[in-house]
Design a protein around this ligand. Structure first.
Ligand code: SF4
Length: 240
């Protein structure tokens, strides 16, 4: 297998195409849903879903890393290092997600106006999260919500379209996952392995530890870079 910097260009191009495809699908789905009387609450300045942990493939993270200036890069580094230290000893996904929501705050790529600073290159995960309920529900901790209120929320969901018991549109999330898997397969075909992980962590590794350069040298070198930077944690980065 011959791997060159052209390989990265191919991976980035494919990630862009996948994002454009999903963007069109989301727009057309939302238009149809609205014209049938449904309500979608996502809009500019609405940011509560940006408090959730975002995980993505390597190519999408590399595209974000290349989009950032020094100041944004510092914000991402702070986020990644804080998360790395926070998850030491954590092995279960639910605990990780809870810790992330409670301790990490908003995505480091959210700007002071409450908008995504990398909107043109935001990953599939962010693009596929479309809410059928008010934004307050996107950052809600259901463990802290009274049973009656929780039941009213569940009863109000449009079960034909949501990924129950969440209020996000199921078909769009599934489409995002399928595209991510296609990206992983492309990476396996071109590099021999696929990398997936927390967006901020992967972006930081690309910016500060040249993860892309290491990936071109093979899986062992990529793993070495991840490990030396202290991010060899299965909830932060996985290689398949
Ligand atoms: S990348 Fe953008 S859309 Fe995604 S969580 Fe971060 S700020 Fe929000």
């Amino acid at each position: 297998m011959t791997v060159t910097s052209e390989t990265l260009t191919q991976l980035l191009d494919q990630a862009t195409q996948q994002q454009m495809f999903l963007e069109m699908f989301v727009r057309s789905w939302v238009d149809d849903y609205r014209s049938g009387g449904g309500t979608v609450y996502c809009g500019k300045g609405c940011r509560n879903c940006c408090s959730l942990a975002v995980h993505t493939g390597f190519a999408e993270a590399l595209a974000v890393a290349r989009h950032l200036d020094e100041e944004q890069g510092k914000g991402v580094e702070k986020y990644a290092v804080t998360l790395r230290d926070l998850v030491q000893g954590v092995r279960e996904l639910p605990q990780y997600l809870r810790l992330h929501r409670d301790e990490m705050g908003f995505c480091p790529l959210l700007n002071a106006e409450g908008a995504c600073s990398v909107y043109p290159v935001r990953p599939l995960t962010c693009r596929s999260l479309i809410s059928t309920r008010e934004s307050a529900w996107c950052g809600a901790d259901f463990a802290k919500i009274a049973p009656q209120e929780r039941e009213a929320f569940l009863a109000g969901l449009d079960r034909k379209v949501v990924s129950f018991p969440s209020h996000y549109v199921g078909v769009l999330q599934e489409s995002g996952k399928e595209l991510e898997e296609a990206g992983a397969q492309q990476m396996r075909a071109l590099l021999g392995f696929a990398l997936y992980g927390n967006l901020g962590v992967l972006v930081h590794l690309c910016r500060k530890h040249d993860l892309a350069g290491a990936a071109l040298q093979g899986s062992a070198q990529a793993l070495r870079v991840i490990s030396e930077a202290g991010f060899d944690h299965p909830l932060l980065v996985t290689m398949t």
